[in-house]
Design a protein. Structure first.
Length: 66
């Protein structure tokens, strides 16, 4: 699977929390962030959608009842 490099700016406090969580789960911080993002995207039903379809569908964060 090809990977896309993306610079991420987060607060030191958030990074420290992710670092502790990653250590608890025996993952690197990068792997932990990717794992959490993947879970969130799947839960929102956005995994595998085309860019256009994702842009046209309402956000599950804006409409939590859906």
């Amino acid at each position: 699977m090809a990977r896309k490099n993306y610079p991420l700016r987060i607060s030191p406090e958030l990074y420290a929390a992710l670092e502790r969580w990653a250590a608890d789960d025996l993952r690197s911080v990068n792997a932990q962030i990717e794992f959490l993002l993947t879970q969130s995207v799947k839960k929102a039903g956005r995994m595998g959608q085309t860019l256009k379809a994702a842009a046209e569908s309402p956000s599950s964060l804006e409409n939590p009842e859906q």
